[in-house]
Design a protein around this ligand. Structure first.
Ligand code: GLN
Length: 548
């Protein structure tokens, strides 16, 4: 074997899926991290996506869901967002792995003659690269515990080399590596009984690649009862007390608490031979109790567009926005009632706009392309004129400036050049370096990405909400506000309350209090920084305004 044993180093927990995907493996991985962190350990987490794309940035939301952006500008899977939210830490580019990345580095190294003239092969060189990346991420985070979630399910051809890497790591240090199988236990309606066989097959599939699960997390509509726990233990070759129940719940933040009901952190620590502090989850417990309590509702409308896929219609993917709205509501002692409003509807029927009166606040989240845009602009106009609290995120900020230019400044054809490159009033335009990238078809990882500083103007809503002079927020866009229009819009009352430190890039716009109780748009994505125990000030402010 290649690498030397590190004297102390991290312990590794691999989380793999069985039976089917989409059962909350990411939440499970994040929750395992949370309960270990609550015992004073340093935890980091990695996500492996077994597709060939280098990152999630070039995939559409139907294919992939939300693209989560890290501080260092990586365009990742939404599970990275789950890790950040559950663990309250910043996850780095190093912690996100795709087959595209792994093969990319191996091929680059081969071209540099770094394999010393050897034949470079899928096995072992790809697993070696995977192991190298996992260990590098653990070292960078100085982690006691490193959680590695392998995307998809065991038995898929795509993730075989990742499982091979995991097996090799276990062979190298059996006492440092542990496997969790997250599996689904169906309760077919016609049978009315929880079935364990699919999970038994999943465990066998894992065995067939040389891996024995140490724990099984049984996802299901119901808790797993004792007879089924015994059955799973016997047939999957797992200790009975290592079969952990993970029934459906309403508030995902309860998952770590449920795991602790089965003493999961103590069981993990025991197997690793680790000693740790007593568990401290007081604040987390309080948050979950609040989330589950009876509270007056706050009605939140997210104006966006829908995608069709086969027989199903899905909203654009915005898990971070939705979670941010939940935290802000809970901390305002309100029950969030979030509704997805299809902006296409307003284009077909203007009268529908009146229905927006039913909402306490409105959000237009990030987006791309022209579909539904006129409907979004109409909704923003309605929010502005009817004084409904409004928060515009990225595209939602750009479209708010367009709405203001059209209806307040009288620039009738104001637009973004993303939609109308020939408009006489390009209120939003592309930056020259971005245009050059598009001209050369350089689409991947080339937007303005990751954290940038923003200075706030004193006395504005933004500076009141943040309570700071300078902030850092994460970006993901190609277009920017066009400074040629700053003066006209300022004259008509729009406030440019946040800019890049050199004043050149507009980052936040808002309306003064005398014109609107809460109307703010930001060029960045605050949703990526909101955490359950510390809601983002913009979202918190929105819900606070919505209460009035
Ligand atoms: N489409 C816009 C841009 O590229 C906004 C992007 C976004 O909302 N994330 O600038």
């Amino acid at each position: 074997m290649q690498a030397k044993k590190s004297p102390q180093g991290s312990k590794y927990i691999f989380v793999v899926g069985g039976v089917m995907s989409g059962v909350g493996k990411g939440i499970a991985a994040a929750s395992i991290g949370r309960i270990l962190q609550a015992r004073g350990l340093i935890v980091t987490a990695l996500k492996i996506d077994p597709y060939l794309n280098v990152d999630a940035g070039t995939m559409n939301p139907v294919e992939h869901g939300e693209v989560f952006v890290t501080t260092d500008g990586d365009e990742t899977d939404q599970d990275i967002g789950n890790y950040e939210r559950f663990l309250g830490i910043e996850i780095e580019r190093l912690n996100y792995m795709t087959t595209g990345r792994v093969y990319g580095s191996v091929i680059a190294r081969e071209r540099n003659l770094e394999y010393g003239g050897k034949c470079v092969e899928a096995v072992p060189h790809i697993p070696y690269e995977i192991i190298h990346r996992i260990k590098a991420a653990a070292k960078k985070a100085k982690a006691d515990i490193t959680i590695i979630e392998i995307g998809g399910t065991v038995g898929e051809y795509q993730n075989i080399l990742y499982l091979e890497a995991a097996r090799m790591m276990h062979l190298e240090s059996p006492d440092k590596v542990m496997f969790f199988l997250v599996s689904y236990l169906p309760v077919p309606s016609k049978i009315g009984e929880m079935k364990t066989k699919p999970t038994q097959f999943a465990a066998q599939a894992l065995n067939s690649v040389g891996i024995q699960p140490d724990f099984i997390l049984g996802r299901s509509t119901h808790p797993i009862d004792e007879p089924r726990k015994r059955k799973l233990a016997l047939f999957c070759n797992v200790q009975p007390d290592h079969i952990i129940s993970a029934p459906d719940i309403d508030v995902v933040y309860e998952v770590p608490l449920n795991f602790e009901k089965e003493n999961l952190s103590a069981k993990i620590l025991k197997q690793f031979g680790l000693k740790a502090k007593k568990q401290d989850m007081k604040q987390w417990r309080q948050l979950v109790a609040t989330a589950k309590s009876q509270m007056p509702p706050v009605r939140i409308g997210i104006v966006g567009k829908y995608f069709e896929t086969g027989d199903f219609i899905l909203p654009d993917a915005y898990i971070s926005v939705i979670e941010s709205l939940k935290y802000a509501s809970w901390h305002n002692k309100r029950k969030p009632v979030i509704e997805w409003i299809n902006s296409d509807d307003f284009e077909k029927d203007k009268k529908k706009l009146k229905e927006l009166k039913n909402f306490d606040c409105l959000v237009v989240p990030g987006g791309f392309g022209s579909r539904g845009v006129e409907g979004k602009i109409a909704a923003i106009q309605f929010a502005r004129e009817n004084k409904i609290p409004y928060l515009g995120l990225c595209y939602g900020m750009q479209l708010a400036t367009i709405e203001f230019a059209r209806h307040v400044c009288g620039l009738k054809d104001a637009n973004t050049t993303e939609i109308n490159p020939k408009t006489r009033n390009p209120v939003i335009h592309i930056m020259p370096e971005q245009a050059a990238k598009l001209a050369h078809k350089q689409y991947g990882n080339t937007m303005r990405l990751g954290a940038y500083p923003c200075k706030l103007k004193e006395g504005t809503l933004a500076s009141r909400l943040y309570g700071e002079k300078k902030i850092f927020e994460r970006h993901r866009h190609r277009y920017e506000f066009n400074n040629d229009f700053r003066q006209v819009m300022e004259k008509k009352g729009l406030i440019f309350s946040g800019t890049s430190p050199d004043g050149k890039l507009v980052e936040i716009i808002e309306l003064p209090k005398k014109l609107h109780p809460f109307f703010i748009g930001v060029q960045f994505h605050p949703e990526f920084l909101s955490r359950p125990l510390s809601p983002h000030p913009l979202f918190f402010g929105l819900i606070k305004a919505a209460k009035r």
